[in-house]
Design a protein around this ligand. Sequence first.
Ligand code: ADP
Length: 627
Amino acid sequence: MRIKQFKAESKKLLDMMINSIYTHKEIFLRELISNASDAIDKLYYQSLSNNAGGLNRSEFKIRIETDKDSRILKISDNGCGMTRDELENNLGTIAKSGSLEFKNENEKAEDIDIIGQFGVGFYSAFMVSDKVVVESRAFGSDEAFRWISRGAEGYTIEPCEKDTNGTVVMLHIKEKTEDENYDEFLDEYEIKRIVRKYSDYIRYPIVMDCETRRLKEGTEDEYETIVEEKALNSMVPIWKKNKSEVTQEEYLSFYKDKFFDYEEPARIIHSKTEGNATYSALIYIPKRAPYDYYTREFEKGLQLYSSGVLIMEKCPDLIPDYFSFAKGLVDSEDLSLNISREMLQHDRQLKIIAKSLEKKIGAELKKLMTEDREKYEEFFRAFGLQLKFGVYDKFGLNKDSLKDLIMFVSSHENKLATLAEYVGRMKDDQKTIYYACGETVDKIELLPQSELVRDKGYEILYLTDNVDEFALKMLDEYDGKKFANICADELDIDSDDDKERLKEKNESGKDMLGYMQKSLDDKVKAVRFTNKLKKHPVCLTSEGNLSLEMEKVINSMPTDEKVRAQLILEINANHPIADKLLNLYESDKETVSEYSKILFAQARLIEGMPVENPTELCSLVCKLMTK
Ligand code: ADP
């Protein structure tokens, strides 16, 4: 018999499959089951549109059989089948132009990318088989044909016997090699697992003969093992059901089973959307972050189904990074299993779905915040960091949709507060939203600058995460109110008199303050008197866009680029030390210079920064003690 060659493109794809190093080879079963299901769909549809009648939907099924001795895995369907020409055309020429173009453009891209992301069709059978035999009889025809191929060398077609319409695909499973063991594809339990994993929702029963032990009839304790045909798939996905048909129990057990969380989620979103994009989605918002959530290893993504068939385990394009905690799935008829010329279009479809999902998740989180504040705070403690990153990320592109979801601990009862709540509590004369940064709330409360602001009755947001201040700077304002870092910005909370007095004091102390700055070897940009301190003698502030906290964050990043905030040493104008310094400057400049160093070191310590020269500081303090 003449061996026919595969068409060039098909051969390329076939080669890829045969030599695949892809680790999820099991997906071949998904592909074959999906073909079988399509073939049944086709026949069913034909019968409906021809008014042929006679075809009973309940008789359709997909059958799987394994034979360990002959190493054959069989997948049969009673669908439309293929004529000789169809066998020739459909299996001999598979124009996967989309995938091949993709492969050519990305010559270096591993096979994994392409196999993992798209349906690869019938040829994926060659990932696990060294010979594939397809017997098929087209509906309405009385002839059947056998297609045989051992892969690269080509294929043959010959007539064969087959009683009923449909197709049988027989895979001769590869022998074990040093690196790979294909035996699992002949194992009943493995097959069941794979079917449940990928094809649970196929709309026709996928059946297999399974051994069951049961009580022997007429006896009370005698058992017998019988072989029964059992369906492996549940056929109806819960996301395709109406909300009213699904119990809370079902939602939860589905979540725990599928997404490996031992806890209940904070929120469940189940929606069916029609319009620009038609899709069903079942999204869960977990309560707690998985252990690897804030690491590079974490992969975001939702499962992607096309008409009930899983086509991608983790599709990252479905959700933005700031909602990467969402788990769940999307099922859409608008997406095809295959890579094809329409790939780009699918991409666009995917984007529309992603946009719509993003809105839904945002709205749901807002709802959670108002309906169950405690739960929202629990969620926020787990994932708030990610939301704040979202505000800052992409130059603030998404800040508007996220600004009402973020919270900070505030000096008002030391509880989490939203920006809206803060603004709602602002005093009549308050123009600015005050915040302060530090490692912990306790440390921030001890900052000398915070005393006076709180004394005036103004609330302060305590920023303890690295990203916090960056996020607020990106927001720039909320509800028309600017943000002010109480350690860096001019706070404008003094009365006019106070301001005037301070100005005079700075004016008259100019020489002394300049001398102090010089004594500090220009480590600070200026030294000046301030009204912003209550009890404390000194503090460090920064000028310009870079605060001290931001300096710390940026410098802790593993890059060579180091930045320096422009520091100002501020001395409490109303503290005895102020006059002491002014007096000393007249009589004993040397001591003013030493005091400058001590005060600078104190200010650094209060800010949580290391003292640059501890030995010098210690001897200066000792000198003072023994004076
Ligand atoms: P796809 O299913 O994406 O078109 P495949 O490579 O999986 O690509 O299959 C190629 C073609 O072979 C299908 O389009 C279909 O026409 C035909 N085919 C495959 N399996 C079957 C089957 N079980 N019954 C009938 N036709 C089939």
